[in-house]
Design a protein around this ligand. Structure first.
Ligand SMILES: Cc1ncc(COP(=O)(O)O)c(C=O)c1O
Ligand SMILES: [Zn+2]
Length: 407
């Protein structure tokens, strides 16, 4: 074992810089544009579906996933699309609403869709050590998938800023953890250096191959309900919203659909470099040095995929919105108590934007919108425990029975 070779093909794609547009051969070790430093898109030269979609989960769409190798998989993807009429009504939204529940992935977030592709590629390349910076969910997912692949993993985490569930997963799956003072942006710069200096294989979303897995969210939505009018996505680094947009565009190029959704990017008010720029009509992000939000998964001030995320929103005729932490926590409870859906705070950011979007004249009757709930409530136990509740305590069975009679 360990010396087993896996066949690998990366044919039919080019790497195109998301900032300056320069094109390169698909070198799996090239992550930043030699000309301008921008991150890449993996561009399929000719997206085509001839065999049809087969099997389940992410790899059901293997015709459109350019990493051809034996996958490291746990049947990630195939998550439920759930109608949420009570949430729509309570939020004052006329549109028909659905939640794409990414908490149902193996490690509880959408990251697994990307990780199955990135780790499969890493294994086929013979990688021995990988690295990832993370607000937590990438860490949990990378830890699980590298464990499965037998690849060593170092996680670079912002000290004291990772939700308990995610840190617990990273520990459980056996990753080495390097805590760094500062936030996610500092942790990410450590990983970038580790790639350049020591040849660690990066599992962050600046690795564009990972996003090839995440675009399958679009494929699943399309197969279930066709093309919605809106897709609402919480945005941190901007990888996921750009991946979902790319997925819909590939369906269009392949001739399977004839319209595209509008992409709505949602950021937390204290960590909104893209939404701030958008609201001021700028095409460049307003990077933020000390981002703050209770939704730690999107506590990111310098999104590395900023150019792609901006393009997804602009090209699609969508918008960026900011929501407060109070709105996020309220939305988490609404999802939980009106619809039974458990989201971590960042996962509830899309739902938190509903009222604001309706006030802007969006999400009208006769339209359909999909809210991507990106992570499971169990990820952040402390956030769950902050919800108001009625807890009674009884010292004995007799007293407990009596208490029930009073209510
Ligand atoms: C739960 C959750 N939601 C949203 C995001 C943001 O995704 P992206 O960084 O691709 O914009 C993350 C990223 O860590 C996340 O963990
Ligand atoms: Zn470039």
């Amino acid at each position: 074992m360990g010396l087993v070779g896996y066949r690998l093909s990366l044919d039919g794609v080019i790497l195109r810089c998301s900032v300056c547009g320069a094109a390169y051969e698909p070198d799996p070790w090239l992550f930043f544009c030699p000309r301008c430093g921008g991150v890449f898109d993996v561009v399929l030269e000719e997206p085509r579906v001839t065999r049809g979609f087969r099997g389940r989960g992410v790899w059901r769409y293997s015709e459109l996933i350019p990493v051809k190798t034996q996958p490291v998989t746990m049947n990630e993807g195939g998550t439920p699309l759930i109608p949420v009429p009570r949430l729509a009504e309570e939020s004052g939204v006329g549109a028909e609403l659905y939640v794409k529940y990414e908490g149902a992935n193996p490690t509880g977030s959408f990251k697994d869709r990307g990780m199955t592709v990135a780790v499969s590629l890493a294994r086929a390349l013979g990688v021995r050590r990988a690295a990832a910076a993370s607000t937590g969910n990438t860490a949990a997912s990378a830890a699980a998938y590298t464990a499965r692949a037998g690849i060593g993993l170092t996680l670079v985490l912002p000290a004291g800023k990772v939700a308990k569930g995610k840190l617990g997963q990273s520990i459980l799956h056996g990753a080495r953890i390097l805590e760094v003072e500062g936030g996610f942006d500092e942790a990410l710069s450590v990983v970038v250096e580790s790639v350049k200096r020591y040849g660690y294989y990066p599992l962050n979303s600046f690795n564009a191959w990972r996003l090839e897995g995440q675009k399958t969210i679009a494929f699943e939505v399309y197969e279930e309900i066709g093309v919605p009018d809106y897709v609402i996505v919480p945005v941190g680094n901007g990888g996921n919203i750009s991946a979902i947009w790319k997925g819909f565009k590939e369906l269009l190029e392949a001739g399977l659909i004839d319209k595209l959704p509008r992409m709505i990017g949602v950021q937390a008010a204290g960590a909104a470099p893209l939404a701030d720029a958008f609201l001021q009509g700028l095409d460049h992000p307003l990077f933020k040095d000390h981002p703050e939000t209770r939704a730690t998964a999107i506590r990111i001030g310098k999104p590395i995929n900023w150019a792609k995320a901006m393009r997804a929103v602009r090209e699609s005729g969508g918008v960026f919105v900011k929501v407060s932490d109070e709105e996020i926590m309220k939305a988490q409870r609404m999802l939980a108590r009106l619809e039974g859906i458990g989201a971590e705070p960042a996962g509830a950011a899309g739902a938190a934007a509903l009222a604001r979007l309706a006030a802007q004249g969006l999400l009208e009757k006769g339209e359909r919108a999909v809210i991507v709930v990106t992570g499971h409530a169990l990820k952040d136990p402390e956030a769950m425990m902050e919800a108001p509740t009625e807890t009674l305590h009884a010292g004995s069975v007799e007293e407990a029975v009596k208490l029930l009679g009073l209510h």
